[in-house]
Design a protein. Structure first.
Length: 362
């Protein structure tokens, strides 16, 4: 058998095609109810404009086992003038508006149980024969897809918690965003709320709201209902068609448990850089009789995909088959700045200081 051939036992090994089929299926675990929104944003073209991954392995840097080199475009701040110019006048040198950065990733995400112990999907020999070789291979593929979906939903929740640590406490602002409708008595998002948010961002950070996204939980739902628009985390939405002065809205179900139900976060595009590393590529990938170490892609929705590693192994000593997905990843906050305030990052929290409580029948 050739070195890279798929052995007979692996005919039901995990496949990317089934992930695409499983995503959005009418089953609870298969639907994205805002559990992948932050990942959707991080790896979307909205956020990665001007960001490019140059390599996986940085072989020339000693000691970097998981080195990744990235290229970032930066603002080119120029004006025009009508100054006197003569032959021989010294001109100011401009540098290309790009920045290179190298990262040594140390964080690896993998499956764990509730106690924080590493875990893997396991099938006995009899289960594998029943599902794969007899009559229910589709069921087996759905178990892989379910595992991958839960894996990335857990990563999304972890990254939302990490986002909270990246925001300085001085970047928290309060506004009375929720008001009472005098006709119906219901709570609704203020007519001027978006304008107020835009002013705080411009005056304090020198960043335009149009160059950012609004990320949140229940408060984002209130904005969505107020302006009758879809969130950018809704499958199939055209984010270029969002109405008026609203930037893209991202609803994440994990947000409120971290930031509170009366908050939203303004995230400038291209500020947060997700850096990933694939371990099982090139000579490090392996397919053989006993194991497969390889990569596949997870569809996160709205055309966004994310590649990750997986192990599919036949355990000879303790008969059975195991599946173990993993991903090396880090979330980097760059100081994007701008021509108005080059030191500001524009990452702020807005909290509603009005009453955002649910209605009471008392």
């Amino acid at each position: 058998m050739a070195f890279n051939a798929i052995s007979a036992f692996s005919g039901c090994a995990p496949r990317t095609a089934n992930l695409a089929d499983y995503f959005g299926k009418n089953v609870p675990i298969g639907r994205d109810n805002g559990d992948l929104a932050f990942l959707q944003f991080l790896f979307s073209s909205i956020n990665l404009g001007g960001v490019r991954k140059l390599s996986d392995d940085i072989q020339t840097v000693p000691g970097k086992k998981r080195g990744v080199k990235m290229l970032y475009s930066t603002p080119l701040c120029l004006e025009v003038c009508n100054a006197d110019y003569e032959c021989g006048t010294t001109r100011v040198a401009l540098k290309p508006a790009v920045t290179y950065a190298e990262y040594d990733l140390e964080t690896k995400y993998f499956l764990c149980n509730g106690a924080g112990d590493p875990a893997e999907l396991k099938f006995t020999d009899s289960e594998f024969i029943q599902y794969c070789e007899l009559d229910d291979a589709q069921f087996l593929q759905e178990r892989f897809a379910e595992t991958d979906m839960q894996f990335f939903k857990s990563i999304d929740k972890t990254l939302v918690q990490l986002l909270r640590t990246l925001i300085d406490v001085s970047k928290e602002h309060e506004l009375k965003l929720m008001v009472t409708n005098s006709n119906t008595g219901t709570r609704t998002f203020s007519d001027e709320g978006i304008f107020w948010i835009s002013e705080i961002l411009r005056e304090n950070e020198g960043v335009m709201l149009a160059d950012s996204v609004i990320f949140g939980g229940r408060m984002v739902k209130s904005i969505q209902q107020k302006f009758k628009v879809a969130t950018a985390s809704t499958e199939g939405v055209d984010v270029t068609a969002i109405q008026g002065d609203l930037p893209p809205l991202y609803f994440d179900r994990n947000f409120d448990s971290v930031f509170g139900v009366n908050s939203i976060v303004i995230i400038p595009k291209a500020l947060l850089h997700p850096v990933t590393y694939l371990e099982y590529t090139s000579y490090k990938a392996f397919r053989g009789e006993k194991e497969i170490n390889f990569t596949k892609s997870m569809p996160l929705g709205n055309g966004v995909t994310l590649s990750f590693d997986y192990q599919w192994r036949r355990n000879v000593e303790c008969a059975g088959y195991t599946y173990f997905p993993s991903l090396w990843m880090d979330l980097i906050k760059g100081v994007k700045g701008g021509c108005i305030n080059p030191n500001a990052d524009g990452l702020i929290i807005i909290r509603d200081c009005g009453s955002n409580e649910l209605p009471s029948c008392a």
